[in-house]
Design a protein around this ligand. Structure first.
Ligand code: PRP
Ligand code: URA
Length: 243
């Protein structure tokens, strides 16, 4: 069955510009500067689609010719970039919705267990926004996004959406299994995770490609997987096949 039919919360962009830009983003020959530009442009396009159902309230406006009833976005919107790769998506979203608050969440994925580890969270006690848009280019195992949603729900966020550039089917299954109420907006859903938990064909490491932090082969997809990591991926793939 088609993934979008199986997971009603999944929205895969059909826009030709998204497909065009994503192909250049994936290209191993795309340098860091161009990569950052494309992350920004793709976020703009996906963010536009993800906010298509925001409520508006009437706003009286005087044009130079007459008064009309215009509109303004009603809910308070919070952008939640997941450090560090989500940082590159913030500026584009702020261009679209300059009144948004930005709340950073720091999570990294333990390379061995693929479990998210939280290292930064300065959310105040109670939610200050009604709609949260989680920004993270990669939805791989889904562990980081499901953990971010847990944090935001505990905070009191009423409505949450995830905006990612590329998802793996395993990540979509995890996130929509744990949080079916969270809309997932992506440019593409790729074939699968490899034994290190990287999305294939994917684009490699989104953080490293944006920030130029290539530390050598051990940090790159395709390097020797640990047994434990490969087992985590196999378990996710079994769960997906069983669904
Ligand atoms: C990447 C990515 C996501 C996470 C996705 O971050 O930006 O946050 O992995 O993987 P998951 O769906 O399996 O949890 P990473 O841990 O590499 O940290 P970084 O952004 O600091 O490089
Ligand atoms: N994080 C990335 O940056 N890329 C992947 O393929 C998976 C997780």
């Amino acid at each position: 069955m088609d993934l979008a039919q199986r997971y009603p919360s999944l929205h895969v962009s059909r826009h030709p510009l998204v497909a065009h830009k994503l192909s250049i983003l994936r290209d191993v020959g795309t340098d860091t500067k161009k990569f950052r530009e494309l992350v920004r442009e793709l976020t703009w396009l996906l963010g536009y689609e993800a906010m298509a159902d925001l409520d508006t309230r009437p706003r009286r406006v005087e044009t130079p010719l007459e008064a009309i009833e215009g509109a303004e976005v009603d809910p308070r919107v919070g952008l939640v970039p997941v450090l560090r790769a989500g940082l590159g998506m913030v500026d584009a979203m702020l261009e679209l919705i300059p009144t948004a608050q930005v709340w950073h969440i720091g999570l990294y994925r333990d390379e061995r267990t693929l479990k998210p580890v939280e290292y930064y969270n300065k959310l105040p006690d109670a939610a200050t926004v009604q709609v949260c848009l989680i920004l993270d280019p990669m939805l791989a195992t889904g562990g980081s996004s499901a953990a971010t949603v847990d944090i935001l729900k505990a905070w009191g966020a009423a409505r949450i959406k995830q905006i990612s550039l590329i998802a793996a089917p395993e990540g979509v299954a995890t996130l929509s299994g744990q949080h079916p109420d969270v809309d997932i907006h992506v440019a593409a859903v790729d074939r699968e995770l490899n034994e290190r938990g990287y999305i294939v064909p994917g684009l490699g490491d989104a953080g490293d490609r944006q920030f130029g932090t290539f530390a050598g082969p051990s940090s790159e997809p395709g390097h020797e997987p640990g047994d434990e990591t490969a087992e985590v991926v196999r378990r996710l793939q079994r769960d997906l096949a069983r669904d």
